[in-house]
Write a protein that binds this ligand. Structure first.
Ligand code: ZN
Length: 603
């Protein structure tokens, strides 16, 4: 990367040693980032202690191991290390992908995300600890096109017209400053506009002053400066004053967690969102009762309400006319004018709605650079080709967003019917002793690497499983590989089932796997406490009727008297291993360790 900074005082380009040829000030430091701050303000943060402990742990134990420990103690920070939370600028996949700047980059979600799209990513953060955490994170993830630096936003170390995109992750202002807030804000944006190319875009994530708070999204506030918040009208007047054309979007639960995002002037998609609000965000009583009212609003009321109580906004500001972007591309290719962006772990989904507000299609888009010559590939699943094609954009008919409800015994029955049918249609050859042994031995040796479970009796449990299963005759069948509640959609109208996420599909394998995945996800779902799992296992929890049905179906289907606990231990160990490999830092992983401990104590 050819770094291109200028001296914040002399406004001239730094030399190759990052020294100002005029005032001789040195801007790079031994910590591996650039520092353009003076001692005007010393920022301290509420989490400073936690972060500095984390950093010293990284120095002695490495990034991954330390992150694991850090998140175990501070699970509420988990989202700050997830790429999907940085989708604020996904829709800004324009033709210019050369340079971008992220202001207030926090722990690096947005820079990491944009590093796939832009050639050069500049990440500005004032807190030194956060910069250093980002440094280790990017090193660990092999990201080489990101530059970390510290600077004051009202004096950016760049020449004019430098960036194709500037992302502002919250408007941070100083509480100690002697200039008025309005002046601070205007100066702040003027400076940002200076470094933006004429065709560039400024993307601003901002809090709504009168917005409701969606639980689970408590911000961590800075002690010396604060995140500025205002109302929709004032934000727009700032941007218009600065000569920007603005496209305003809503983001839920917030701009730094944009799980759902859409155009605030699109009444059609907003009406659909409000009608289904309880399905997305019914996290507490207050939201549940609001959601009841939301269903009653018409399109224009929805727009007003979102502007008034939406938790936060994302403004996409352009000096010139809005260039063709991802949104136009999708609209042109699909013919749908209304959509909502929904972020998932591995993909960015787009729900497409027709004029009457009914969702018709769902696109899944890779987080990647687009040049708008991409094809939108329809998903056609036909055995044995069940995995998704490798195209960047896949399109599927909308199947509703109602996941299987484990309290609804009819849903459970539908899923079991689907599974037995799937297995009957794909069965071949028998699962012999050799297959079972190989699976168990393989699992044992992989689990041996996990420290947390060393003192748990998983060898004994796996031997019991082998013995139990060897005595029964099974046929090999196709295996979905992740047949859990979250991947089973139920259409309420015609009571049909659609199974999604085929990334772990196997053409031939152990038929127990999918049954056990279903049973396992009945016992434990994301929002459940460990206590809840325990009661499901003891036979008093709310998933017990569903579990009984699965057990009965399995015994009939396999014509055997299966020991559920022995089988579940096997299942839990398999997920535990998978979670250890892919998301060992997540709270899910620790719950499975706990779940196995519990299962191993049942006789
Ligand atoms: Zn200078």
């Amino acid at each position: 990367m050819n770094l291109d900074f200028q001296c914040t005082k002399c406004k001239i380009k730094l030399n190759d040693l990052f020294l100002c040829p005029n005032c001789s000030k040195q801007y790079n430091n031994s910590d591996g980032f650039f520092d353009f701050t003076d001692n005007r303000l010393s920022f301290t943060y509420t989490q400073e202690r936690k972060f500095s402990d984390f950093l010293s742990d990284i120095n002695s134990h490495g990034y991954t191991k330390s992150l694991e420990t850090f998140l175990k103690e501070n699970p509420r920070f988990e989202h700050k290390f997830m790429k999907k939370e940085g989708d604020i600028a996904f829709g800004l996949n324009h033709r210019n992908h050369s340079r971008c700047l992220i202001i207030n980059s926090d722990l690096g979600n947005i820079p990491e995300n944009l590093s796939d799209i832009f050639d050069e990513v500049y990440s500005l953060e004032l807190d030194k600890n956060r910069i250093l955490i980002q440094k280790f994170r990017f090193e660990e993830h092999g990201i080489k096109n990101t530059v970390l630096f510290r600077a004051h936003v009202d004096s950016l170390p760049f020449s004019n017209n430098h960036f194709d995109l500037v992302v502002l992750n919250g408007i941070q202002i100083s509480e100690k400053s002697d200039v008025s807030t309005r002046t601070q804000i205007i100066n702040y944006f003027k400076e940002i506009k200076r470094v933006l190319t004429l065709n560039g875009c400024l993307c601003v994530g901002a809090d709504n002053k009168s917005g409701i708070k969606i639980p689970g999204n408590e911000a961590d506030y800075y002690t010396d400066n604060k995140i500025y918040s205002d109302n929709f009208k004032n934000y727009n007047s700032f941007f218009t004053h600065l000569g920007f054309n603005v496209k305003s979007c809503w983001a839920l639960p917030s701009y730094n967690k944009p799980h759902y995002l859409g155009n605030i002037e699109d009444g059609v998609s907003l009406k659909w969102l409000f009608t289904n609000f309880d399905k997305f965000f019914a996290t507490n009583m207050k939201i549940r009762s609001l959601a009841m009212f939301f269903k009653l609003f018409n399109k224009s009321t929805c727009k007003l309400i979102m502007k008034f109580i939406g938790p936060s906004f994302i403004f996409y500001c352009y000096s010139k006319e809005t260039p063709q972007g991802f949104e136009d591309f999708i609209k042109e290719k699909t013919g749908f004018d209304h959509y909502i962006q929904a972020s998932r772990n591995n993909k960015v989904m787009h729900i497409l709605l027709d004029e009457s507000g009914d969702p018709k299609k769902i696109l899944s888009c890779k987080r990647a650079k687009y040049d708008f010559t991409e094809k939108i590939m329809p998903i056609i699943r036909k055995f044995p080709k069940m995995k998704d094609a490798d195209e960047k954009i896949l399109s599927e008919d909308w199947f509703g967003n109602d996941h299987l409800d484990r309290l609804n015994i009819n849903h459970v029955k539908l899923a079991l019917d689907w599974l037995t049918n799937f297995q009957n249609n794909t069965s071949s050859g028998s699962l012999d002793l050799h297959d079972i042994e190989a699976e168990v031995e393989n699992l044992k040796s992989e689990l041996d690497r996990i420290e947390e479970i060393h003192n748990l009796p998983y060898h004994k449990c796996l031997d019991e499983y082998k013995q139990h299963v060897s005595a029964i005759k099974f046929k090999k069948t196709a295996v979905h590989g992740d047949f859990q509640v979250r991947n089973i959609l139920v259409n309420q109208d015609n009571l049909s089932v659609n199974v999604i996420d085929w990334s772990a599909f196997m053409e031939k394998g152990n038929p127990l796997i999918d049954f056990l995945a279903l049973a396992g996800s009945m016992i434990f779902q994301g929002s459940d406490s460990v206590e809840e799992c325990r009661s499901n296992l003891r036979g008093t929890g709310k998933a017990v009727p569903a579990l009984k049905l699965i057990k009965k179906t399995m015994n009939e289907y396999f014509q055997a008297d299966l020991d559920f606990i022995i089988l579940l231990r096997f299942r839990v160990l398999k997920i535990l291993l998978r979670n250890f490999k892919t998301k060992r830092t997540s709270t899910d992983y620790f719950t499975y360790v706990e779940l196995f401990r519990m299962l191993s104590e049942i006789n």
